[in-house]
Design a protein around this ligand. Structure first.
Ligand code: NDP
Ligand code: PYC
Length: 339
């Protein structure tokens, strides 16, 4: 049986933060980046957990992210658009800086957007969606990544795996949250399959000649496929438009040109939109939150599960019992600290 250990969430946070501090990140950057990585492990989202530390450190070493960047908030008074320039640092502290102003503006105006520019973004989006739902607001979050996905009908990497997430606040518990790559799977999953020596499921990727492949190595050299064929391809394109071109930041092919590799974390922008359900439904019958609960109950009533339910169950277990890590994972953390 594989040997495991169960550090508390706080202990793992301290350990991951120490790795980043040791490698030159400021306390602001190290704390925010470690929080999102530890949240990934806590919620059993391995593709964006401690596995991401190595790539993050590689990106710092390559000089493609500013480990001591201080994000700058532009309140853009009177506008529904709040902006944060990450100044070449990680997206996570920039997001944390922008959320209070985003929430205040959305409550006042009914909806508001947070634009983050010039940020390195490697993380899952659900933690950001949840931060907005904690403010009693619904949220949409999206960003490009780098060109790794062929548009439907094409065979060359062009779109990113472009994550797209939504959240709806629930008065008496965890929010409704979905968060997915607009490719069949996140690129991190491909890498985890490669490391485990496992074949990919059918329909995830094509090789460099455009032929379907189950070989993770051939897939990494070829292109991933959008989820849902032309539908995922169109949503991925929308994200390039809204969270790349519209906010004056890089699109996925431009990110790849800038980095020259997919082995570093991508640098681009991010778009967060917050909605006040009360403001949108004002003057109409029915409490939007109560009506939403009826919808969720009907979904569950059919035996279906809500998205993020698996994640929230993993979180509850980690909060009670600690985060389960193998001895190999803990040794890996030690090596990252020493490197
Ligand atoms: P998954 O396919 O694993 O999950 C997508 C969503 O569907 C989750 O909210 C999941 O909830 C939910 N879900 C899964 N199965 C069911 C089911 N049977 N019924 C109802 N809901 C279900 O996600 P991806 O592999 O596409 O993406 C993984 C992560 O990668 C995301 O968090 C994304 O943000 C991140 N990512 C980040 C990128 C970046 O550039 N920063 C790029 C691409 C991806 P649950 O978790 O509870 O299973
Ligand atoms: O898993 O597809 C991915 C990814 C790309 C950038 C960050 N995560």
């Amino acid at each position: 049986m594989m040997e495991t250990s169960t550090p508390t969430i706080a202990a793992l946070q301290e350990r991951v933060e120490a790795i980043f501090l040791r490698h030159g990140l400021s306390a602001l950057q190290a704390g925010a980046v470690a929080r999102v990585i530890v949240a990934g492990e806590r919620d059993a989202c391995k593709s964006h957990g401690i596995y991401r530390i190595e790539g993050t450190l590689r990106t710092v070493k390559a000089g493609k992210v500013n480990p001591k960047a201080v994000p700058m908030l532009d309140l853009n008074e009177g506008s529904a658009i709040v902006k944060v320039n990450a100044n070449g640092g990680f997206a996570n502290p920039a997001f944390e800086l922008g959320v209070p102003a985003l929430a205040e503006r959305a409550r006042k105006l009914g909806l508001a957007a947070l634009v983050i520019n010039d940020c390195t973004h490697f993380s899952a989006l659900w933690s950001e969606v949840e931060a907005v739902t904690k403010e009693g607001l619904a949220a949409l979050v999206m960003c490009p990544s780098y060109a790794t996905v062929a548009p439907t009908g094409g065979i060359k990497p062009l779109l990113g795996t472009n994550p797209f997430a939504f959240g709806w606040p629930r008065p008496d518990g965890v929010p409704y949250v979905f968060d997915f790559a607009t490719s069949v799977a996140a690129r991190g999953e491909l890498e985890l399959y490669r490391r485990a020596g496992k074949l990919l499921p059918q329909g995830w990727a094509i090789d460099a000649d455009g032929e379907p492949t189950n070989d993770p190595q051939a897939a990494l050299a070829g292109a991933m496929l959008p989820f849902g064929g032309h539908k995922g391809s169109a949503i991925g394109t929308m994200i390039e438009l809204l969270a790349g071109i519209m906010i004056g930041d890089l699109t996925s092919p431009e990110v790849l040109d800038y980095l020259g590799t997919t082995t570093l974390a991508p640098m681009h922008g991010e778009l967060v939109i917050a909605f006040s359900p009360e403001a949108f439904s004002a003057g109409r019958a029915g409490d939007p939150f109560a009506r939403a609960e009826m919808l969720f109950e009907s979904i569950i009533g059919q035996g279906a599960r809500l998205p993020s339910q698996r994640r929230f169950a993993a979180r509850a277990k980690a909060e009670a019992d600690g985060i389960s890590l193998t001895a190999a994972e803990l040794e890996h953390l030690d090596r990252l600290f020493e490197k």
